[in-house]
Design a protein around this ligand. Structure first.
Ligand code: IVH
Length: 707
């Protein structure tokens, strides 16, 4: 096939034949996709062929055909990006805000690996303030570029990524499959030029280079994105058909040799001491780098250690982002408003005279709760030396982790003599139900439950959000609209919306941003989510304390909705075998378990959940690890001191092999791995007739599958 003939080696005649062949395929594919709405080839395939077509045209400009697809200003502008599932998840980084956090990170790693006093070698490099991108090469050809999205599914932005100048379209001697990951960013100079052009065009200016880069990469018309200069630093990888190196630094060097830009300020540092020196050095160069960075990233250099350390749900254990201290600005507190969240929490929000903090205009900041305003923390200890915050005060604002604006302090020298302390409401501002604080809880909650519209709307907004049902086209604004119209008051209503108001939606046409097409799309997006993985379903319910990680733990432990609900229904008075089993899940504590059981046992809430379940097919837990392992699905308890691996390593490895690690022994336990000094747990296992293995026997058992 001509596909394998490299462009560099083509003769004129071969180029012409190939251009005609590609022209036929690409024009047909365009028509199938955009006119007939029936794609005939995959996006990845289309992108790869188009890149090849462009490369031939660049080398043989005189052969370019009149009908060439490259002259059609990209494809007709689409109004959405296609979704792409990442074969290897795109993870985030946990943060360190000071030296203590970094020391703890280093200590955690050494403990996990059982390297008590040995220093660890880390790579240390700037944390680029842009957005991450994964670029897939097959046989050296760029075939797809995908944004991070929610880490599991991103958006196909290949056309736009092709406009990034320092991204090679073809690479030599690369592994057959190579996914390069890194950060897309915009330099300060390019940002300024872009904003000047925006001003000339009377268009909205971008707040900072990061927003400009994100807006440009996610621009639906590739011809616009082509006019916005984006850059890219490679620092990681996803799927690979062959390893790049045995070290992080070596792998990044390999990426550099393939033609990617890598950050020149990357060093190898031995232990925290050297890491801090490099941090200081990068910080001192921050203002003159010409692009935004917001910290320094440390990664364990040895890739075999990285593999041992593995991942938490969304972050690797082997890396951390050491953030630069947040910028601080002073402004005037105009008002304190109270928002009601989905669990009824009354959250005070500061309305501020707009002020720029770290390149972003801030006009709201969280005030946490009543105690925080009055100058106390959750334990009743003084904060800000006890200074309270009042409407009319001058306050210091910063962006925590550079995202959520917070108030750090208040300037008493500017306080007006007639100012009065803020009096926290005792009734819900939305539904007038009493607001109460449980003993020991710093948060006041509305007691209105389902009658409180604010709680209902927030609950629905959470339900459709990313990480939960993630329904395209249904965000906070639309949820509020449908709620106000009386169309949707609980999650199940979303799935009957089309049947009840399919035609009614057209009444909204031209009025509230809805058209026939957007309504159809919304219904398709809703239909799409009738099948939902158990973890997303559980998270979507918005139960207090049940975040994404906990929902995944529950899904993994119970496996299916039927097993889960059977177990929860068989818990009475927070006791018995099913209760013990729930508490035995590592990561599930009693407060959380009580909230979970109470929610499913409360009649009204259960009705709401049942109606929803009736609309859905809840998929069994997505077990991405080894189903064929000899310990798959088995409940394992580690006890005593382990000598061949650390406790954390043992747990992580068992979980990768799809075993469930529990902290306590019951008759449901399958295996107890007992090291020297094992006490009551091993004894209980013996009494219950549970299989007991030594550490070595356990390793022999699992080594058959982890080879
Ligand atoms: S490594 C598995 N290195 O920071 C670890 N990330 O806050 C993958 N980022 O999502 C990330 N500079 O978008 C890594 N030198 C760097 C980075 C970097 C910026 C971004 C990246 C990540 C985010 C986490």
């Amino acid at each position: 096939m001509n596909d394998t003939l490299s462009v560099e080696k083509m003769t004129n005649a071969q180029a012409l034949v190939e251009l005609k062949r590609l022209d036929g395929i690409l024009n047909n594919a365009n028509k199938d996709y955009h006119v007939d709405d029936a794609p005939s080839i995959s996006d990845a395939n289309y992108d790869a062929l188009k890149i090849r077509n462009n490369e031939i045209e660049q080398r043989f400009p005189e052969l370019k055909l009149d009908s060439s697809v490259s002259d059609k200003v990209g494809a007709p502008v689409s109004d959405t990006f296609t979704k792409v599932r990442h074969n290897v998840k795109m993870l985030s980084l946990s943060n360190a805000f000071d030296a203590k956090d970094v020391h703890e990170f280093d200590a955690r790693i050494r403990k996990f690996l059982g390297l008590d006093s040995q220093p660890i070698s880390y790579t240390s490099e700037p944390k680029i303030d842009g957005l991450s991108l994964s670029i897939r090469y097959e046989n050296g050809l760029l075939i797809q570029a995908t944004t991070r999205g929610d880490g599991s599914v991103g958006e196909n932005v290949t056309q736009n990524a092709l406009t990034i100048c320092d991204l090679p379209h073809r690479i030599n001697n690369a592994p057959q499959i190579l996914e390069v990951r890194g950060e897309v960013y915009m330099s300060h100079d390019d940002f300024e030029r872009l904003n000047n052009r925006q001003i000339e065009k009377n268009a909205k200016e971008f707040a900072n280079p990061r927003n400009a880069a994100a807006g440009s990469l996610r621009q639906l018309d590739p011809s616009i994105s082509a006019s916005r200069p984006l850059k890219f630093f490679a620092y990681a990888w996803g799927e690979l058909s062959a390893p790049l190196s045995t070290t992080q630094a070596g792998a990044v060097e390999a990426l550099k040799n393939f033609g990617f830009s890598t950050n020149p300020l990357t060093n190898i540092c031995l232990g925290p001491k050297e890491v801090f020196l490099h941090y200081e050095s990068i910080q001192s160069q921050r203002a003159t780098l010409g692009y935004d960075i917001d910290g320094v990233v440390y990664k364990v250099n040895d890739l075999s250690l990285q593999e041992k350390l593995g991942f938490r749900s969304t972050t690797p254990r082997w890396a951390i982002a050491h953030k630069f201290p947040a910028e601080i600005a002073e402004t005037w507190l105009e008002a304190i408003e109270i928002q009601v969240g989905r669990t009824g929490a009354l959250s005070p929000v500061a309305r501020l005279k707009p002020v720029t903090v770290g390149g972003v205009v801030v006009s709201n900041a969280t005030l946490h709760n009543e105690d925080y305003i009055s100058g106390r923390d959750s334990k009743g200890e003084l904060i800000r030396d006890g200074r309270d915050i009042r409407v009319g005060d001058w306050v210091e604002v910063y962006r925590a982790g550079d995202v959520i604006p917070k108030i750090r302090d208040v300037d008493l020298s500017k306080r007006q003599p007639d100012s009065i302390p803020f009096s926290f409401p005792t009734i819900c501002p939305e539904c007038n139900s009493p607001a109460e604080r449980e003993a020991g809880d710093s948060v006041a909650r509305c007691t209105g439950g389902l009658i409180c519209s604010a709680q209902a709307v927030q609950g629905l907004t959470h339900f459709v959000s990313r990480g939960a049902f993630d329904i395209d086209g249904l965000g906070a604004k639309q949820v509020e609209q449908f709620f106000d119209l009386g169309w949707v008051s609980e999650p199940a209503d979303i799935f009957t919306l089309s049947a009840r108001f399919g035609s009614g939606l057209q009444q909204l046409k031209n009025r509230d941003g809805w058209g026939e097409k957007s309504a159809e799309k919304l219904f398709a997006a809703i239909e799409n989510k009738r099948q939902i993985p158990l973890n997303k379903f559980l998270f979507g319910l918005g139960i207090r304390h049940i975040g994404e990680t906990t929902a995944s733990l529950l899904a993994k432990y119970y496996g299916s909705w039927d097993t889960f609900i059977h177990a929860i229904d068989h818990i009475t008075d927070f006791s018995g075998d099913y209760w013990d089993a729930l508490l035995s899940i590592d990561g599930i504590g009693e407060i959380l378990a009580r909230a979970l059981v109470s929610t499913f046992h409360a009649t009204k809430q259960r009705d709401v959940i049942n109606s929803l379940v009736n609309q859905l097919t809840i998929q069994d837990a997505d077990v991405n690890s080894d189903n064929n392992s000899p310990v798959s699905g088995k409940i394992v308890v580690f006890t005593g001191s382990l000598e061949l691996m650390t406790r954390a390593e043992a747990k992580a490895r068992a979980e990768t092999l799809n075993a469930k690690v529990s902290g306590s022994v019951s008759k449901r336990t399958d295996i107890v791995v007992a090291g020297p000094g094992a006490g009551s747990k091993a004894k209980k296992a013996q009494e219950l007739g549970v299989k007991i293995l030594t550490e070595q026997e356990w390793l022999d058992l699992i080594s058959s599958s982890s080879a």
